[in-house]
Design a protein around this ligand. Structure first.
Ligand code: NG6
Ligand code: CA
Length: 511
């Protein structure tokens, strides 16, 4: 009898324990940001692409919440990533522009960041993939400890590329040290001058397997000419075709290692940014040339991550965000058939503009949340921005932060039918525009209307532009002259938020 009672007590106790663990699990899920580079609104089949298949991104979209009015803060990388991690609009920081590989760390080490906030609340945190937020304090010595960097703004673990795939240094950096570094072959970097005797795309075109434009024609690494000059570090130089697998292996190992505690993983995939270098397994996967093939490769990597989460038993306990840092571009400096082999595919969907543009395709991107068993599948038309992830997550872990720009939209992100943002500032190459409800106001800006080589409209005009997205999603019908009251009302609301940041870049005169 005594024995039976003991067994019953044991069963009851373990059931309670189990329950307690469940409650805990529900309040503190693992969090993963899957963040692609230059993936367009129309590049995902769940968002309407018909010429390209992205089954794993579709799985997240169709079994989670698919946002069709979800935004990156900016139409380029560095500012969007800055906002993603700090919850602050990038136009508040004058240095938040596309950074060279030698730029100092853009985030102040005293600033609130998503990883810091989560780490302070019991999470283990990691960034694997593209960084592009600067490193060090200027004049980085690539041959010793590189700091401050991701590990000083909240990440316990970092395995990154410093800037972009088309910029030197073309090496991975693990926790502040160049990976596979050899002290007998020190690394030197110079964005202005070449090192004597070093081959560049310009002086040694016979060494190239891909041609670059004059900006992408400096040091040749792995047959690809880059932006900037690099000397040394031969053993550390990456092989572009292996990059997806290298980052994915890191991601898998991290998930397996940290599966028993809450973790935050920022997985910054390098695709489909230039140079587009699919692994041979994916060459020809889409018939669309390297740009399509690297999207297929990225989608496969996402599938492998989902599989790993399942395998180690944490898929039900992991909140996944998927998005892109800015809109799509075809020709971004290399000859890779992106235009020639595009066929009927439309990377922008039916949106106007693209990467670098103030029109919708610059910043409106695929935007998905997935949490098995917690988010009811569905589509949301509410306005939401990546800048809101910080406040929303602070509410998820019940440690709300005060933040000017980052709004708490936790319920919306978790699939409830609640209102999103009422308005949002959109940014493209230091210019800003304003969306309020269905209305978009693009104030006048100097400069060309078109990036000629890219075939992308900038959004610049000597006139005000006012569009109503409810019946004009492609921004074809400028209502600014017909509706001066609406235009002025929008302009006043816009200036009340952006103020001086707009005045500095505007073509209008302010007293
Ligand atoms: C631009 C590069 C472009 C790309 C971009 C950064 C030139 C002419 N163009 O300056 O190729 O590297 O910077 O892209 O140099 S982003 O997605 O990281 O913002
Ligand atoms: Ca980008």
């Amino acid at each position: 009898m005594k024995y039976v009672l003991m067994v019953i007590a044991f069963i009851v106790l373990s059931a309670c324990n189990h329950k307690e663990k469940k409650v805990n699990e529900q309040t503190n899920p693992n969090i993963i940001f899957i963040y692609l580079d230059d993936l367009g609104y129309g590049d995902v089949s769940a968002y309407g692409a018909t010429e390209l298949e992205t089954p794993n991104m579709d799985f997240l979209a169709n079994n989670g919440r698919k946002f069709v009015n979800g935004y990156a803060t900016s139409a380029t990388c560095t500012p969007s990533r800055y906002a993603l991690l700090t919850g602050q609009y990038p136009w508040r920081n004058r240095n938040a522009k596309i950074l060279p590989g030698t730029a100092p760390l853009l985030i102040d080490t005293t600033q609130t960041t998503v990883p810091k906030m989560l780490r302070n609340n019991g999470y283990n945190t990691a960034v694997i993939g593209k960084w592009h937020l600067g490193l060090g304090t200027g004049n980085v010595d690539w041959n010793s400890h590189i700091s401050p960097g991701p590990n000083e703004v909240g990440f316990d673990y970092s395995f990154i590329m410093a800037a972009t795939q088309d910029r030197v240094p073309t090496v991975y950096i693990k926790n502040g040290y160049v990976f596979n570094h050899n002290s007998e072959d020190p690394i030197e970097i110079d964005y202005k001058n070449n090192f004597s005797g070093e081959p560049t795309g310009e002086n040694s075109p016979h060494l190239l397997k891909m041609k670059g434009d004059p900006q992408h024609n400096r040091t040749i690494v792995n047959g690809v000419p880059r932006i900037g000059h690099m000397k040394g570090g031969q053993s550390a130089r990456w092989i572009d075709e292996d990059m997806a697998d290298i980052f994915l292996d890191e991601v898998k190992a991290y998930v397996k290692k940290e599966k028993d505690q809450p973790f935050f993983l920022y997985y910054g995939l390098q695709q489909p940014h230039v140079p587009r270098t699919p692994h041979p397994r994916f060459v020809g996967a889409t018939g669309m040339g390297p740009r399509g093939d690297v999207i297929a490769e990225a989608d496969w990597c996402i599938g492998e991550l989902i599989k790993t989460l399942k395998e180690v038993g944490v898929l039900e306990n992991t909140l996944i965000f998927l998005s892109s840092d800015n809109g799509p571009v075809l020709d971004d400096g290399y000859e890779d058939d992106a235009i020639e082999k595009l066929g009927k595919h439309t990377p922008t969907g039916n949106l106007r503009g693209g990467k670098y543009s103030l029109y919708e395709a610059g910043t409106r991107v695929p935007f998905i949340t997935y949490w098995k068993g917690h988010i009811e599948p569905g589509v949301s038309t509410e306005i939401i921005s990546q800048v809101d992830w910080l406040s929303s997550l602070s509410n998820l872990i019940k440690q709300p932060v005060n933040n000017l720009d980052s709004e708490n939209h936790l319920d919306l992100l978790l699939g409830k039918s609640v209102k999103g943002r009422s308005d949002i500032i959109l940014e493209a190459t230091s210019r800003t525009a304003y969306r309020q409800g269905d209305w978009v106001l693009i104030p006048p800006y100097p400069g060309p209307k078109m990036f000629l080589t890219k075939g992308i409209e900038t959004g610049n005009s000597s006139e005000f532009q006012l569009y109503n997205l409810a019946d004009d999603i492609s921004q074809q019908n400028n209502l600014a002259e017909k509706m001066p009251e609406k235009r002025d009302e929008m302009m006043a609301a816009f200036i009340s938020i952006v103020g001086d940041a707009y005045k500095q870049t505007s073509r209008l005169k302010f007293d």
